[in-house]
Write a new protein. Structure first.
Length: 102
């Protein structure tokens, strides 16, 4: 999932960037909140398959070149991975509790 549109040059960077992995994990979290548990698990499995040989993730993933790009390793991606894994193991977990509190 892209974190924002990059084709307009507003951020001062050249157009294009990879999929922002934290946002992609957040999408899986939202699937959990929506009760779309199978979709959440499928997306999570696709995302963790992107890890390198020692289990690390970068900031972004470029689906065209099939490689990780951006800052590496990226703690933000790993925090999102852990949170999503936790939400998936406890469907009534923290994401669900936060939604109920609002």
């Amino acid at each position: 999932m892209l974190r924002y549109r990059t084709d307009n040059g507003v951020d001062g960077l050249p157009p294009g960037e990879g999929a922002f992995l934290a946002c992609s994990f957040w999408l899986a979290d939202n699937y959990v909140l929506l009760g779309r548990h199978d979709d959440a698990r499928r997306l999570f499995e696709r995302l963790i398959a992107l890890r390198n040989d020692v289990g690390l993730l970068a900031e972004e993933y470029d689906p065209r070149s099939c490689r990780q790009v951006g800052n590496f390793p990226q703690a933000f991606s790993h925090v999102a991975l852990v949170n999503t894994a936790h939400n998936l193991t406890r469907i009534e977990g923290p994401a669900q509790q936060r939604a109920a509190a609002d």
